[in-house]
Design a protein. Structure first.
Length: 370
């Protein structure tokens, strides 16, 4: 996940003003003193909670949980995608505005320090479990895991199946900064718009000709529009905040309506034509709600999202996502995969990864960012 450099924001004179019941009018979008965009860690916490609930369902000792909103674990991943596109693009735009250029080498170094040590530690653990006969892996499972191409592997082993989303993210991190450098920020944003338009076409090809609905084989062209939607939000959020029709969407009634639409579309997404076009609407709705959460971070919803325990879960979400798959295994009857100890072990593994491996590297990442 990207982190936004600290900046001081002011209210533009021509901003459209609205009085919200839960907040004063004309609140600007700002970062906190550490440089994080407010509310985003809370949104990550909600996203990882959806993933955990989806994977806990039907594990030994836990009920088969059907919330009647479709694949809510997958929905949580889509929220992660939109947030990633939003944060990384803001980071690139900020660097280009301050320095007049993008340092791809420094970007890749920051991303590598954040993601590779934890993910390769997890993959090494899975490989050892495979050698011990505890995990049932094929050689291609590990090969696709270490090359971040699990999203092109049909029917991966359960233990590495969730790495499809990290593969999508890594492919985005590889391509998007390069596009910024080669095309420049303006034309790169046009490329992002093209990716958004390409999404339904790619999903149509997968559904009709490849017989691979994108939720069975999440190839990059089929899901990249989620990330691209976040990219567009990063570029145009300031302009949209000055449009009265858009700001009306931040009112509670409209926001609840957007959330209801997202959940309704998500319910009918799998194996239907809704998956082709509905995913684009879901991406757009999620982007608007993310924008609302950041813009109104001082409101009662924002205060909940920014509570320290909630925000910490969001900070820990990458570690939790990596390690939960080993323990939340509905196909296993082992004691370690039964509720509640499976959840406790997943959280313990995530905390160990974060404090022993990931957090010590944060200072080096901050130096690279500076």
């Amino acid at each position: 996940m990207g982190v936004i450099p600290h900046s001081t924001s002011v209210v533009e004179p021509n901003r459209v003003e609205f009085a919200y019941p839960e907040a004063p009018a004309s609140s600007p979008v700002v970062s906190d003193s550490s440089g994080h965009m407010r509310s985003l860690d809370g949104l990550r916490a909600i996203s990882i909670a959806l993933v955990l609930l989806g994977h806990l369902s039907a594990t030994r000792g836990f009920v088969r949980l059907d919330l009647k909103i479709g694949d809510y674990a997958h929905l949580g991943v889509v929220v992660f995608f939109v947030i990633s596109g939003f944060l990384i693009t803001r980071l690139l735009l900020s660097e280009h505005a301050e320095r007049g250029r993008i340092s791809v080498r420094r970007f890749y170094a920051r991303r590598s320090l954040r993601l590779f040590p934890a993910s390769f530690a997890f993959i090494a653990c899975v490989a050892l479990l495979g050698l011990a006969g505890i995990a049932h892996l094929r050689s291609q499972d590990l090969w696709h895991a270490v090359t971040y191409t699990v999203n092109y592997l049909p029917h991966p082993a359960w233990e590495i199946g969730h790495l499809w989303s990290l593969s999508v993210e890594e492919q985005f991190y590889l391509l998007w900064p390069f596009a910024f450098v080669v095309l420049g920020p303006r034309r790169a944003i046009w490329l992002a718009a093209g990716v958004v338009l390409l999404g339904p076409i790619a999903r149509s090809v997968g559904l009709l000709w490849l017989k691979a609905p994108y939720r069975d084989l999440e190839m990059f062209p089929m899901v990249a529009d989620s990330l691209a939607t976040g990219c567009l939000l990063a570029k145009f959020s300031g302009e949209l905040q000055q449009r009265q029709w858009y700001m009306q969407l931040f009112r509670p009634a409209w926001s609840l309506g957007l959330l209801a639409l997202i959940l309704l579309l998500n319910r009918f997404m799998t194996y239907t034509v809704v998956a082709v076009f509905g995913a684009s609407i879901v991406n757009l709705g999620i982007a608007i709600l993310i924008h609302r959460s950041v813009y109104l971070s001082h409101g009662w919803i924002g205060r909940i999202l920014n509570l320290r325990p909630v925000a910490f879960v969001g900070v820990l979400s990458y570690s939790i996502y990596l390690w939960q798959q080993l323990f939340l295994n509905r196909h296993s009857t082992a004691w370690i995969n039964a509720f509640p100890q499976n959840l406790l072990f997943a959280i313990a593994a995530a905390l160990s990864s974060y404090f022993l491996l990931e957090k010590p590297l944060l200072n080096l990442r901050r130096r690279l960012r500076g």
